[in-house]
Design a binder for this molecule. Structure first.
Ligand code: HEC
Length: 137
């Protein structure tokens, strides 16, 4: 391999690594603590866990909104699922920053409803709790 190709390869590698790092920045172990402190009052996350004020969140990551059995969601969540919304990193991050705003934006409907209004303000806590949600599947 000539020098030019080695350089191009290492640049590509570095870029690949840094974008992966940006996505996987969260620390699931700390996320478990964040979940206990900030989410557990309203959500269980164990498989088959009960619905509280909010739905059970087991295996939420990578799935559509509104799937917890026996939970009565706001219609907006089912509508968002119909529009193709999936709980990936970006969606969850925006959602827990401001759930009502996110749902309204996802639906393109200024009257969209969300019973969850709790906002997780700290970006680092959002990243960590997302890593934790991702691990619970
Ligand atoms: C004060 C109660 C409350 C707190 C605190 C809360 N939530 Fe919720 N959450 C809800 C409710 C209620 C819903 C269902 C909203 C609806 O149907 O309108 C919900 C829905 C969700 C959903 C969508 C579930 C699905 O099946 O599509 C996710 C994801 C979620 N919450 C994550 C979190 C995370 C992460 C935290 C902690 C940072 C948290 N919530 C804190 C009440 C809460």
């Amino acid at each position: 391999m000539n020098k030019g190709r080695v350089l191009a390869l290492s640049v590509a590698l570095a870029m690949g690594l840094s974008s992966t790092a940006a996505l996987a920045a969260g620390d699931a172990k700390n996320g478990a603590k964040v979940f206990k402190k900030r989410c557990f009052a309203c959500h269980t996350i164990k498989k088959g866990g009960k619905n509280k004020v909010g739905p059970n969140l087991f295996a939420i990551y990578g799935n559509k909104p509104g799937l917890a059995k026996g939970y009565k969601y706001s219609p907006s969540y089912k509508q968002a699922a119909g529009k193709g919304l999936v709980w990936n990193d970006d969606a969850i991050a925006e959602y827990i920053k401001d759930p009502r705003k996110f749902i309204r934006k996802a639906l393109g409907d200024a009257k969209g409803k969300s019973k969850m209004t709790y906002k997780l303000k700290k970006a680092a806590e959002r990243d960590d709790v997302i890593a934790y949600l991702k691990s619970q599947k």
